[in-house]
Design a protein around this ligand. Structure first.
Ligand code: FEO
Length: 168
């Protein structure tokens, strides 16, 4: 059985993951408007992945016979100045999410909630990957600068991202 404190914190994280999903979907729309179909696709896949993260916690609360509370998510930005800005924000966003996951883990330790610690280990690993990917793409976008040919190549590469498998 989840403690009330743990349950509240996990419900808050469901909101944060759905909020991430919305942020990336908004970024995807921006890229689509810039005729960057590959970037738009990559961000749409990222949005779906965040939806999956929210549902992972949603399912976990239910498995522990807890009570799911879906909270309102903030409206994301709809305008971005540049691709560099999009990926700077992506990296900062992922760092913030990593901090949130770490705080959840610290709470699970404090509450002596071992199953939640095990569940959160998946997220801790995932955040290492998420930060690295965002950082790599940001570095590439910065390197490309005004080089349109290089931008088209990267756009084509990002177009090949496939959806995450269910258990990932
Ligand atoms: Fe679910 Fe990108 O953190």
């Amino acid at each position: 059985m989840l403690s009330t404190k743990m349950e509240n914190a996990l419900n808050e994280q469901i909101k944060n993951e759905f909020s991430s999903s919305f942020v990336y979907l908004a970024m995807s729309a921006y890229c689509d408007e810039q005729n960057l179909a590959g970037f738009a696709h990559w961000l749409r896949m990222q949005s779906q992945e965040e939806y999956g993260h929210a549902m992972k916690i949603f399912n976990y609360i239910q498995d522990r016979e807890g009570h799911v509370v879906l909270k309102a998510i903030p409206q994301p930005e709809s305008q971005y100045g540049s691709l560099v800005e999009v990926f700077k924000e992506t990296l900062e966003h992922e760092k913030t999410i990593s901090q949130m996951i770490n705080e959840l883990y610290a709470l699970a330790v404090e509450e002596k909630d071992y199953p939640t610690q095990v569940m959160l280990q998946w997220f801790i690993n995932e955040q290492v990957e998420e930060e690295k990917t965002a950082s790599d793409i940001l570095a590439q976008v910065k390197m490309i600068g005004d080089n349109t040919s290089a931008l088209i190549v990267l756009d084509q590469q990002l177009a090949s991202r496939s959806p995450e498998s269910e258990d990932k």
